[in-house]
Design a protein around this ligand. Structure first.
Ligand code: HEC
Length: 173
């Protein structure tokens, strides 16, 4: 019996050595990113407002114009592809969640700081993540689920897209 167990372990080894995270974890992450709706705000859209699979989760396109200022106070104006938003907080742009080393979140985040951001709404440098990023919903996810999400985001195609920095509204009163 012992021999059998050893044999199975040895068979499994090369499978796990191929990718950093086991396939089942990456698949779980893909599922969570899908049902979590991350692409709604982080994937650019085609002209017919379909998610652009070629630019999956690559954030607000760097060459797109900023959404205009809402006419009435308290309203929110979004870009056509719903990746950029102008509201009472200022202007925020959906981040590039792909593993592009220069422009993706891997540049500033690792698994630990990603989990912290999703739990606390804080970036690694201590800043607050602006609306409409609904981090307070994702804060309820388990560690394993957030780790799976991170593993999936590491596995997708890196897309070079330098997302514009947010413009914070001046505080009034
Ligand atoms: C309703 C829109 C929306 C949804 C849905 C959304 N995000 Fe975001 N997210 C944003 C915006 C806008 C920002 C940029 C906020 C800012 O500039 O402070 C952001 C920022 C982030 C950041 C911080 C990036 C940085 O530069 O520090 C991470 C990480 C992130 N989102 C991950 C996710 C993940 C993972 C999901 C899905 C589970 C998700 N977001 C769903 C809109 C959204």
């Amino acid at each position: 019996m012992k021999k059998m167990t050893l044999l199975f372990s040895l068979c499994a080894l090369p499978l796990f050595a191929q990718s950093k995270a086991p396939t089942a974890v990456v698949e779980r992450g893909a599922y969570l990113v899908t049902v979590g709706g991350c692409g709604d705000c982080h994937t650019p859209k085609t002209a017919s407002i379909e998610p652009d699979r070629a630019r999956l989760l690559s954030g607000s396109p760097s060459n797109a114009p900023a959404p205009s200022k809402p006419i009435k106070s308290g309203e929110v104006v979004s870009s056509a592809g719903s990746t950029a938003f102008h509201g009472p907080w200022g202007i925020s742009y959906g981040a590039n969640l792909t593993p592009d080393p220069e422009t993706g979140i891997v540049k500033e985040y690792n698994e630990t700081s990603f989990i912290k951001a999703m739990r606390t709404g804080k970036t690694p440098d201590g800043g607050s993540i602006l609306p409409p990023m609904p981090w307070d919903n994702y804060a309820k996810m388990t560690d394993d689920d957030l780790k799976a999400m991170w593993a999936y985001l590491q596995s997708i195609k890196p897309v070079k897209n330098k997302v514009k920095p947010p413009v914070r509204a001046k505080k009034t009163g």
